[in-house]
Design a protein around this ligand. Structure first.
Ligand code: FAD
Length: 319
C-alpha cells in the first residue's frame, strides 16, 4: 500500500502544480500511515532526487524520450503499470490539462474510483471522503470513494506547497512504453509568458478595453508583475486574444493569488472561472458593475487612466 503521485513535467522541467501534488500526496500518505512515492515520465533537466524535499521517499522514473511529448493514452498506460507494480492504493495527480486527460482514463484502466478537482485532504476517519468544488465553484461537495485503488486530482493553487527536506531514491521503472497514438505535425508554442494554469498572478481584460490594440498596457502590467494574461469570453470570441486565455464557465478555471480584472463586468459565467482567486482587484468605470461585489479591492475609474498609473507605480516600486 502506498500513495503514488504523478509528477507532471513539460519542456524538460517539473511543473509547479506537481510540487503541490507531491506535498498533498506526502501529507495524505502520512495520514494513512504509508509511504509516498512519485512517478515521472520522460527526461527532465531538473534534479529528480531533490523532489524528495516535498516528502516522497522514492521516485519511479520512466526515462524514455518517447514520453517527452504528452500523449494521454501512452501516459495512462505507463502510470497504470508503475502504479500496479508499486502496489499503489491512492494515485494523486494535478487537475491541470494533463491530469484532466489522464485521471478518467486511469480510472477506467485500473477500475478505480476517481475524484477530480479536490480542494483539500481526504477525511479518512471512516471512509475516504474528498472535498471538491462543484457547480463552477459555487458550492462544495464531499465525495466518497470505496474502490481498492483511488484516484484524486488536486485543483491547482488550492493546496500550499510545503518542503520537509530530504532526497528521494530514484529508481528506473521497467515498463513498456507504447508508441504514441497521436501524430504531431506542427507545434505552435507561446514563449516568454507565464502559463495561465500555473500563474500565481493574473492580469485579465474584458470588452471594456475596446479592442486588441489596447492590450499593450495589460501585457506591460502583467510582464512587470510576472503575471499571466487572461480575458473574458467575448474578447476571445472576437479574436482580440487567443482562446487559451479565456477564463470562466466555458473557459479555464483558475485560482491565482491575485486576479486583476480590467474592464470586465463580472458576469456570473466569468466569475465561475475566477472566484477561487485569493485576492480580486477590479478596475471598472461603472460603480454598479457586478464584479465589485466579488472584489477584495475595487477601483472605479477609466482603465485607460488607471492602468498606466498602476504601471508607473509598479515601475517606481521596482526602482
Ligand atoms: P461586458 O459585459 O461588455 O463588460 C465590459 C465592462 O467594461 C463593463 O462593466 C463596463 O462598465 C466596463 N468598461 C467599459 N469601458 C471601460 C473603461 N474605459 N474602463 C474601465 N471599465 C470599462 N463570459 C466569460 O468571461 N467567460 C465564460 O466562460 C463565459 N461563459 C459563458 C457561457 C454561457 C452559456 C453564456 C450564456 C455566457 C458566457 N459568458 C462567459 C459571457 C458572459 O455572460 C458575459 O457576457 C461576459 O463575461 C462579458 O464580458 P465582459 O465583461 O468583457 O464584457
Amino acid at each position: 500500500m502506498s500513495v503514488l503521485i504523478f509528477i507532471d513535467a513539460a519542456d524538460g522541467h517539473v511543473k509547479k502544480s506537481s510540487f503541490e501534488a507531491l506535498t498533498y500526496g506526502a501529507q495524505l500518505a502520512k495520514q494513512l500511515g504509508t509511504s509516498a512515492e512519485g512517478v515521472l515520465l520522460g527526461t527532465v533537466g531538473d534534479d529528480i532526487a531533490a523532489l524528495g524535499k516535498y516528502g516522497v521517499t522514492k521516485i519511479h522514473h520512466v526515462a524514455n524520450d518517447a514520453l517527452n511529448r504528452f500523449d494521454a493514452q501512452v501516459y495512462t498506460k505507463a502510470i497504470a503499470d508503475v502504479a500496479t507494480a508499486a502496489g499503489a492504493t491512492v494515485i494523486v495527480l494535478s487537475h491541470n490539462v494533463t491530469g484532466k486527460a489522464v485521471s478518467p482514463r486511469l480510472s477506467a484502466r485500473l477500475k478505480a474510483g476517481v475524484i477530480t478537482g479536490a480542494v483539500g485532504l481526504p477525511d479518512t476517519s471512516s471512509s475516504f471522503v474528498v472535498k471538491k468544488a462543484v457547480f463552477s465553484g459555487k458550492a462544495f461537495a464531499n465525495v466518497a470513494i470505496n474502490t481498492a485503488v483511488k484516484i484524486v486530482s488536486l485543483s491547482p493553487n488550492s493546496f500550499q506547497t510545503a518542503e520537509v527536506g530530504g532526497t528521494a531514491e530514484v529508481v528506473a521503472a521497467n515498463v513498456t512504453v507504447d508508441a504514441p497514438k497521436v501524430k504531431v505535425t506542427a507545434t505552435n508554442k507561446v514563449t516568454g509568458q507565464v502559463p495561465l494554469s500555473e500563474a500565481e498572478l493574473v492580469v485579465s481584460g474584458g470588452r471594456g478595453l475596446k479592442g486588441p490594440e489596447n492590450w499593450g498596457m495589460v501585457e506591460e502590467l502583467a510582464s512587470l508583475l510576472g503575471a499571466a494574461t487572461a480575458c473574458s469570453r467575448p474578447v476571445a470570441d472576437a479574436h482580440w486574444r487567443p482562446h487559451h486565455e479565456h477564463v470562466g464557465q466555458t473557459g479555464g478555471a483558475i485560482a491565482p493569488n491575485l486576479y486583476i480584472a480590467i474592464g470586465i463586468s463580472g458576469a456570473i459565467q466569468h466569475l465561475a472561472g475566477v472566484n477561487r482567486s485569493k485576492v480580486i482587484v477590479v478596475i471598472n468605470k461603472d460603480p454598479e458593475a457586478p464584479f465589485f461585489k466579488a472584489a477584495d479591492y475595487g477601483i472605479v475609474g477609466d482603465a485607460f487612466d488607471v492602468v498606466p498609473k498602476l504601471i508607473a507605480e509598479v515601475k517606481k516600486m521596482k526602482g
